[in-house]
Structures are given as C-alpha cells and as structure tokens.
Design a binder for this molecule. Structure first.
Ligand code: ADP
Ligand code: MG
Length: 363
C-alpha cells in the first residue's frame, strides 16, 4: 500500500455583482504561493490576519493578474495527476467543497453547467473526460480499454440516478449496499459503457439537466444536492505473456453548499432538505475529523452515518488518491463561512489514504 495525504487546494473566485454592489464590500483574501491570507478588519482596533497553508492555492479573481488560475490551470494541477494515477490502476476521487455560490460547480463542470466544448470555461469534469480519451488513444496499440460511467445525486439522503431512463417521471430512491469485495455500491444504478469523449459528453449533459436545482437566497442556480460522477476504467495489456489488467474507479464530486442552515433556509421544506444536506456534510466533517486524528490502532470512523460518506468510504482514508478543492469568495461579507471552509480544508490535509494498484494477472 502507498500512504498518501489528501491533497487540498483552495480556489478564490472573483467578487460577483451582488458583492461589488454591497457598500463597504472589500476583498479580504491575499495569496502567496501556497499560502492564503485572510485579513479581517471588522473592528479597526482588532484587525487580524489568518494564515492558511494548502497544497495549492488558486487565485481566480482577476484574469489580468499574472497569477490568475484558469480552468485549465486548476485541471492540470489537481485533476490530471489523478487521471495519470487512474491509468496506473489507482482509485481516485476529487471533491469540491464550499458555500453556495463560491464556485464548486463552476470548477467541477464549468459555467452554465452545459458548456462541454472544452473551451476555456469548461470545468474539471469535461476536461477529465476529454483527456481520458486522448490518453487512451496514445496507448491503443497495446492496451484494450473499457470505460463505464454512472452519474447520480444525493438529495435528502436519497440517491437518484441522473442517467436512468425513467428519471424525473418516477423518482424512486436507490439504496446503498455493501459488497463483500468491492465495498459500498448503489443498487440498480445505471451503468453506461462509453467509447468516445462525445458519448461521455452526451451523458454529462443529460445528467446535468436532470440535476435537482432550486433557488436559494444566495444563488438561484445552485443546488442543494451532492452530485457524483463516477468513471470505471478497465485496462488490459495485450502482451503475449504476463498480460495483466488494471482497474480504477474515479469519482468527481460536487458537494452541496456547506453553509449553516440558519442563514439560508426559511421554510419547512427547505429546513427538511437542509437537515439532511447537513447530515451528509456533517458526517463528512466528522469522518474528516476522525481520520485526521488517526494514529496507530483502530479508531471509529462514522462512514455509515450518511449516504455520502458511506459511498465515499474508499475515497476517504481508504484505497484511493483523493483531492479536495475548497472554493471561497474573497468578499468580507462572507468571512465567517470562508473561515469555516478554510479550517475544514486544513483539517482535511491530515487525512492519510492507503492507495493500492488494482491489478489482476490474467488467468
Ligand atoms: P456553487 O456551485 O459553489 O454554488 P457556482 O459554481 O455556481 O457556485 O458559482 C456561482 C457563480 O459564480 C456562477 O455564476 C459562476 O459562473 C461564478 N463563478 C464561480 N467561480 C468562478 C470563477 N473562478 N471565475 C469566474 N466566475 C466564477
Ligand atoms: Mg453548484
């Protein structure tokens, strides 16, 4: 087994028009390589700098800035290494964490969530799919590949297949089960074999369209669900002798907004949704906290307390190489949420995963 820490990156988005229109709104975030500094001066006599360190810090506030981190830069820094590892037979997981409106979906999917043309606004997921098929093409003479994908969301602790034919009409919730060898999986989740980037892109677009979206006070387009795009990669070497196969599972996860209930939810329906969103995110926090205190010996990690953490078990402290992208706004108006996100992200850095190559010699 290979022990690796969770890779944690933070991305700062530009101020939006609402923030810019707010009187007294200022940008309180500065970056210095992989250091992020929050300058809080709410009380002039008590101004404080909070300094955080991560594996990567992406400054995406101002395109004219020489340190500006583009979609391609974010992809190549945190997602491309996972793709390379997937080809070596490691599982991989990347999840975006942050308050609603901070840039999770922009980073994971791209603007409008339908821009798959891999122009400069395309996010990590379409780039990942495109690069995957480019890499397969490079090795096609010696490797036979099969690619399967699934796309689902967790909403109110219930799993909905975003690619099932009956999606929308008959939204039956799917269940999680524990396979004795392969671990937790979603029963009856549709699995789609794809042979090209075009086919993958088609599924992505369908799934994005099916995502439950609802207006919130902060961002009309943002979602209160967690979405998980899952790719299974099987590679077989076509050698005369010693031929072997490698298998990797990649999960690209766009989490629901991390904000506290009170700020955002004001009616019964929303509170109910909020409670269960919190259940998955709350449990994710507990799991991260338990894993970050992991020393020797066994400790209890409450993976099973939520659907999200149960399904991500292998990705959190298990057989996976995992990265977290925390997204924040630079505006002083959200400093409390921003600090909460940054602290959460810091804690996640101390998680250690035990990744191993999934390799089977042919019989
Ligand atoms: P979330 O998914 O975290 O709720 P979004 O990704 O939907 O947030 O982002 C909210 C808004 O901010 C969107 O209109 C999006 O286009 C914009 N935005 C987010 N990140 C960036 C960025 N890095 N550069 C430019 N615009 C961004
Ligand atoms: Mg979103």
């Amino acid at each position: 087994d290979e022990l690796t820490n969770l890779t944690v990156a933070v991305r700062v988005r530009p101020m939006n028009s609402r923030e810019l229109a707010y009187i007294g709104a200022t940008n309180i975030v500065k970056t210095n390589q992989n250091e992020l500094i929050i300058h809080s001066n709410s009380n002039l006599s008590m101004s404080t700098d909070h300094i955080f360190q991560y594996d990567h810090v992406f400054w995406s506030c101002d395109e004219s800035d020489k340190n500006y981190a583009s979609q391609e830069c974010v992809f190549s820094t945190i997602a491309e290494p996972l793709l390379a590892n997937a080809f070596r037979g490691y599982n991989a997981c990347l999840f975006a964490y942050g308050q609603t409106g901070s840039g999770k979906s922009f980073s994971m999917m791209g603007d409008m969530c339908s821009n798959m043309d891999c122009d400069k606004t395309a996010g990590i997921t379409p780039r990942f799919c495109k690069r995957l098929f480019e890499k397969l093409k490079e090795i096609q003479d010696t490797i036979t590949a099969s690619i399967e994908l699934s796309y689902f969301e967790i909403y109110n602790e219930k799993i909905h297949d975003l690619l099932a034919c009956n999606v929308g009409s008959n939204k039956t919730a799917l269940k999680v089960r524990e396979h004795p060898v392969w671990g937790p999986y979603v029963v009856d989740l549709s699995v789609h074999v794809v042979n090209s980037y075009e086919e993958m892109k088609e599924r992505l677009l369908i799934g994005n369209k099916n995502r439950v979206t609802a207006a919130t006070l902060m961002n009309e387009k943002s979602s209160r669900s967690h979405s998980i795009f899952s790719i299974e990669l099987n590679l077989s070497e076509r050698l005369d002798e010693n031929s072997s196969s490698r298998r990797s599972k990649v999960s690209l996860v766009d989490l629901a907004g991390s904000e506290r209930l009170g700020n955002l939810y004001n009616n019964e329906e929303k509170i109910r949704e909020g409670v269960s969103i919190n259940k998955s995110l709350l449990t994710l926090g507990k799991v991260i906290s338990a894993l970050s205190e992991y020393k020797k010996g066994n400790i209890f990690v409450p993976y099973r307390d939520s659907v999200l953490t149960w399904l991500l078990r292998e990705s959190l402290g298990g057989n996976s190489l995992t990265s977290m992208l925390a997204t924040i706004t630079p505006a002083n108006t959200h400093i409390d949420e921003t600090l909460a996100t940054l602290r959460y992200a810091c804690q996640a850095r101390s998680i250690v995963n035990r990744a191993r190559i999934n390799e089977n010699p042919h019989d």
